[in-house]
Write a new protein. Structure first.
Length: 237
């Protein structure tokens, strides 16, 4: 069974496929262009949770056979000191950090308003195995529609989510779409910058993309093994 990987931009998609060497096979589906490499079908779905959810849903709906898992992948900001620049993070929780409402008493998540959900929990054993294989830090990865750019906002996020290790813009959208299809989701990020005041000169995008390539070279056999065992376990259940 194959695994769908959703990135935001082509540079991230290409970093994933480089892990397998050679040119990926291109496969067109409605609303998406899949780059096939190793066990993965990789697409650049666009920036932000809405684009990521739409692209993921299109790819899942168009698949001739169901995917075994979906991975939201790319680069992102790391919360210091838990996830320094150049490190990898794997989400044990995918959290929509700014989905909700502002009130006189502060931010209220969508669940506090009495509807929706704001957190997806990837399979614990898959998170553990990927972290062990890649050396990734485990923790909550926050999905935001506006990238953090101040110390005050960083402090707010960490106060609300003490276990957060990184932020990005697509994970929750990917997980939401995957959940609609009953497919488990994972989020894997390489840290290109520290969450906080924006300092583009301190960003290490090239290094993060290289780390993403290395990570997927190590992740592929883990995910393949997990999907085979998970399929067997589901069949037994």
């Amino acid at each position: 069974m194959r695994v769908l990987v959703v990135t935001a931009v082509p540079a991230e998609r290409d970093a994933v496929t480089r892990a397998f060497g050679g040119a990926p096979r291109i496969h067109e589906v409605p609303g998406a262009e899949l780059h096939r490499a190793g066990p993965f079908d990789v697409l650049a779905g666009g920036a932000g949770p809405a684009a990521a959810a739409a692209a993921t849903a299109f790819a899942l709906a168009a698949a001739p056979t169901p995917y075994a898992a979906v991975v939201s992948a790319g680069i992102g900001g790391g919360f210091a000191p838990a996830a320094p620049v150049g490190s990898l993070v794997v989400a044990n929780a995918v959290v929509a950090a700014d989905l909700g409402a502002e009130t006189p008493d502060g931010f209220v998540p969508v669940t506090g308003l009495g509807f929706g959900r704001d957190t997806f929990l990837p399979p614990e054993d898959l998170v553990r195995d990927v972290a062990e294989a890649t050396g990734a830090v485990r923790g909550a990865v926050l999905t935001v529609s506006t990238v953090t750019g101040s110390a005050a906002r960083t402090a707010e996020l960490l106060a609300a989510h003490p276990g957060a290790v990184a932020e990005a813009m697509e994970g929750f959208g990917v997980a939401e779409a995957a959940a609609r299809f009953g497919v488990p989701a994972l989020e894997l990020r390489a840290v290109s910058n520290t969450v906080g005041p924006r300092d583009r000169e301190a960003w290490r995008i090239g290094d993060a993309l290289a780390a993403l390539t290395e990570a997927f070279g190590k992740t592929a056999p883990v995910v393949e093994s997990w999907t085979q065992h998970d399929r067997i376990d589901r069949h037994r259940d």
